[in-house]
Design a binder for this molecule. Structure first.
Ligand code: ADP
Length: 604
């Protein structure tokens, strides 16, 4: 946290900023380079000007010496004095003095100084007297100069000795010993105010130029750096920051082919790939979640079915026990009622006995239905044509149809192939539908029986449909009609088991039942029986049919019942997945008898 605070602090940001580092480095380099150039330019200029001033001083000294030479030899003191005064009148010359060998001022541009004695430590004496302090420089071997300050101005003092020459010691006018080397010294003071003014101006100009030049160099360098380095780095860094917050749609546009451009391209590729990976992961997660939800739903449905099946199984066992117990006394009651009917003499007695017989019949029918529904059916499957079963089922309805003015129509749609069925069970299923159709048309109507073929989810079915022109089924009753004991018929007319039994029979056949209301009135019930050719059944191994049962994959070529369906799932479960569970376990016994299973187990 503290670290973050440090990073956010403006001073820290500046210190850590690449731009600031580069700018400071450039500024330091420009300042160093500019400073050195500035110093060299100024010192060289100053040296040049000084050298020129010294050369001027030497020329003037020479001029004084040469102008006074003749007067010196002829010893014309006035002429010498005048010459000196004249030359010293120049603006740049402060004063001119000539010392004799004793250091006494012999001639001076300022007459007041005549006769005064030079200080032995002065530069005029030091040349010959070897003053320990030394001299700043020597011009032309014997000339010397020094710079001092007078009245707030710099002054260049130039010393030129007068050497003893033959013309001097041989002259008639005055006598100098021949062994005297230096006869006197010429001291000329030059004012350096003009030179200093030029140096100051030069320094000012160079400083200004250097400052402008350095500022220009710094600006150009900054512009280049900003264009090619700082801006791309800042863009990439901003993009990176956004990526860390999860915004993977970031793209950086750096239109150059240099390293920065390549870095931006790499960044863009990276974010693109990260984004597509994240999308893929999101898709996988979604697919996974959907898959889990689907499987959970399937599991729940299976569990519900299992619970329902278990409940029905217990109820069925109980009902079967009760029905069985009632059946024997009911048979006795029926027998006695028939005997009573025979021996009854009075019409009233006969009528009562008849009522008893009818009620016993009704009870027997109910018991039959209950037992059929609760019995663990053992199907004997054989190949039969559905038309054959329909004809057999219709045989007993001739009189009833006539009595109730029901007109029968039979149609066939498409090719009708034989299917594997338990004929007795299917006949009963068809009769249940016929009974309901007749019951739905008490005032008469048309009963249509249609036979045909239809393909659903890769499986070919043969169907038998019973339609009537009755009132149809109430929408709210549709989900309930297959529930056991659901009936809308008058008491004594329905048990509510007919359609439950029919559905059970269809399940045993691996088929399905479909109920719907018909447009224009009436309802229709269709029984679908899966068709399977001999070859189909041999194409897949038994355990592979598990997929057919569980995955709704239309590309699978799934065989029909009995080689495919719950029974075979159990077979496959036993064979491949170990212990079978739930409803599969109940079917385990049947699987052992499954012809298909045994055939394939032998061959594999
Ligand atoms: P039940 O015939 O003993 O009532 P079913 O299980 O055969 O029992 O029928 C259940 C209910 O379904 C009927 O009571 C009726 O309401 C409805 N049903 C069945 N078939 C038809 C039909 N053809 N037309 C109208 N309703 C029907």
């Amino acid at each position: 946290m503290e670290k973050m605070n440090n990073i956010d602090h403006p001073q820290h940001r500046i210190r850590e900023s690449l731009a600031a580092k580069l700018i400071l480095s450039i500024a330091a380099l420009v300042l160093l380079g500019g400073g050195i150039s500035w110093y060299l330019l100024i010192s060289t200029g100053r040296d040049h000007l000084l050298k020129a001033a010294i050369e001027d001083a030497a020329s003037y000294s020479d001029l004084v010496r040469k102008s006074t030479r003749y007067s010196m030899i002829t010893f014309h003191r006035d002429a010498i004095q005048r010459t000196i005064e004249e030359i010293a009148s120049r603006k740049e010359i402060d004063r001119i003095r000539i010392f004799d060998s004793k250091g006494k001022v012999f001639y001076a541009s300022r007459r007041g100084e005549l006769g005064s004695v030079a200080d032995k430590k002065s530069i005029a004496c030091a040349g010959c007297h070897k003053y320990a302090g030394g001299l700043p420089s020597i011009v032309d071997g014997g000339d010397q100069w020094s710079i001092g300050e007078r009245r707030g101005e710099r002054v260049l003092t130039f010393i030129a000795p007068f050497y003893n020459e033959p013309s001097c010691f041989a002259a008639e006018c005055h006598v100098h010993p021949a062994d005297q080397k230096v006869l006197g010294v010429l001291e000329t003071d030059f004012s350096l105010s003009t030179v200093d003014g030029t140096i100051r101006k030069q320094t000012r100009d160079i400083t200004l130029f250097a400052a402008v030049f350095m500022a220009l160099i710094a600006a150009v360098l900054y512009a280049i750096l900003n264009r090619f380095v700082l801006t791309p780095v800042s863009l990439i860094s901003k993009g990176m920051r956004k990526v860390t917050t999860g915004d993977l749609g970031q793209r950086v546009s750096v239109a150059s082919g240099d390293e920065m451009g390549q870095l931006a391209d790499t960044f863009n590729t990276m974010t693109k790939e990260l984004s597509s990976s994240r999308d893929k992961m999101a898709d996988w997660t979604k697919a996974l979640e959907e898959g889990i939800a689907k499987k959970t739903e399937e599991l729940k449905r299976s569990q519900d079915k299992l619970i329902q099946a278990e409940k029905l199984a217990s109820l069925g066992r109980l009902t079967a026990d009760v029905a069985h117990e009632i059946r024997n006394p009911l048979t006795a009651v029926g027998g006695f009622a028939r005997r009573l009917f025979k021996i009854a003499a009075q019409p009233k007695e006969k009528e009562y006995a008849e009522i008893m017989l009818e009620e016993v019949d009704r009870l027997e029918k109910i018991l039959r239905d209950v037992l059929t529904f609760s019995r663990d059916t053992r199907s004997r499957l054989e190949k039969h044509d559905l038309r054959e079963v329909a004809d057999e089922a219709l045989q007993i309805y001739g009189t009833l149809f006539t009595e109730q003015s029901v007109k029968l129509e039979v149609h066939t749609e498409g090719e009708l192939l034989p299917v594997l069925i338990d004929k007795d069970q299917v006949r009963q299923a068809v009769r249940n539908l016929l009974n309901n159709a007749v019951d739905a048309m008490p005032e008469g109507g048309t009963l249509t029986l249609t036979l045909g073929e239809e393909e659903m989810q890769n499986v070919l079915y043969m169907y038998l449909r019973v339609s009537d022109t009755g009132p149809g089924i109430l929408i709210e009753d549709l989900p309930l009609i297959f529930e056991p004991f659901f009936t809308t018929k008058k008491t004594g007319h329905g048990t509510g088991l007919g359609l439950s039994i029919t559905r059970k029979i269809m399940e045993e056949h691996g088929g399905l039942i479909r109920a719907e209301n018909v447009k224009g009135g009436g309802s229709s019930f269709a029984l679908y029986f899966p068709y399977q050719s001999e070859e189909d059944s041999l194409e897949m191994k038994c355990w592979e049919f598990m997929k057919c049962g569980r995955d709704n994959d239309a590309s699978l070529k799934c065989p029909a019942y009995p080689n495919f369906g719950r029974v075979c799932w159990a077979v496959a479960g036993t064979f491949c997945e170990g212990k079978v569970q739930g409803t599969f376990a109940q079917k385990y016994e049947d699987c052992q008898k499954c012809e298909f299973y045994n055939k394939h187990r032998r061959s594999s």
